[in-house]
Design a protein. Structure first.
Length: 238
C-alpha cells in the first residue's frame, strides 16, 4: 500500500503543487487548508507523514503539531516562511521532526518526506530486531529498581504501572539503558536513535530526554536516572 501523506497548507496554489508532486511520487495525498480540518483528517485517516505549514488560519501549525504528536507518531515536516531559531525550537518542543524554510525546492521537500518515511520503517524494523535479540539473549525485560523495560511488549513500567511512552521515547530509553553508566554524546544518540540521515539537530535529544524524565524520574527537576554530563551528553544510571 502507498504511504499516506497529509498536506496542510492554506495557500491554494502551493497546496495543489505539493499534492501534485507527492502523488507523482506514488503517495496517497490528503489535504487540509486550516488547522482544525487537519486535526480532523489526521484522526480519521492516520497519515504516515504530515507536511504542515506553520502559518494557518485558526489553529496554527505549532498547535496542530502539538495535538497530533500526542495522538500519533507520524513524522511531521513543518513549512515556515521564517528562518528564526526560536521557531525551530518551538517546533521541536511541540513534536516536529523536520523543518524546511520557504521558498524551497520541490526536490528537497520530496527528499525530506522520503527520508522521514524511510526512517520510520527502518526504526520499526531495527527496534523489532533488537528487541527480539535482546529478549532471546538476556530474557524479556531490563529492570532498574522500580523501572522495568519489557522488550517483547515494548512497554515500560514504573512501580507496576505502564508508562505512556511514544515509540521514539521507548527507543531512546532502551538505547540509554543498554549503555548504562556510559556517557553518550547527543550526536551519538541522534545517530543511533534517529538515524544518520536525520535532518534535525541535537536539541531533539534534549527535548525527548526532558519528556522521558517527566515519566520515569521520581523528581524530574532532580533526575537520578538520566544524568546530564555537562559539555558531554547523558548517562543512564537506572
Amino acid at each position: 500500500m502507498s504511504d499516506k501523506v497529509l498536506v496542510v497548507e492554506d495557500e491554494p496554489a502551493l497546496q495543489e503543487t505539493l499534492a501534485y508532486n507527492l502523488r507523482r511520487q506514488g503517495y496517497e495525498v490528503l489535504t487540509a487548508a486550516n488547522g482544525l480540518k487537519a486535526v480532523e483528517i489526521a484522526r480519521a485517516e492516520r497519515p504516515d507523514a504530515v507536511v504542515l505549514d506553520v502559518m494557518l488560519p485558526g489553529l496554527d501549525g505549532f498547535e496542530v503539531s502539538r495535538i497530533l504528536r500526542q495522538e500519533m507518531n507520524a513524522p511531521i515536516l513543518m513549512l515556515t516562511a521564517r528562518d528564526e531559531e526560536v521557531d525551530k525550537i518551538v517546533g521541536l518542543e511541540v513534536g516536529a521532526d523536520d523543518y524546511i524554510t520557504k521558498p524551497f525546492s520541490m526536490r528537497e521537500l520530496l527528499a525530506r518526506v522520503k527520508a522521514a518515511l524511510r526512517r520510520v520503517r527502518l526504526d520499526r524494523e531495527e527496534v523489532a530486531a533488537d528487541a527480539k535479540a535482546e529478549a532471546t539473549a538476556a530474557g524479556q525485560t531490563l529492570t532498574f529498581g522500580d523501572l522495568t523495560i519489557d522488550l517483547t511488549r515494548r512497554e515500560v513500567r514504573r512501580a507496576g504501572a505502564v508508562l505512556p511512552l511514544k515509540p521514539k521515547e521507548f527507543e531512546l530509553l532502551l538505547f540509554l539503558a543498554r549503555n548504562r553508566g556510559m556517557v553518550l554524546s547527543r550526536d551519538l544518540i541522534l545517530e543511533r536513535v534517529w538515524g544518520w540521515d536525520f535532518a534535525g539537530d541535537s536539541r531533539t535529544v534534549d527535548v525527548h530526554v526532558r519528556w522521558l524524565r517527566e515519566k520515569i524520574e521520581p523528581t524530574p527537576a532532580q533526575p537520578v536516572r538520566i544524568i546530564t554530563v555537562r559539555g558531554a551528553g547523558y548517562r543512564f544510571e537506572g
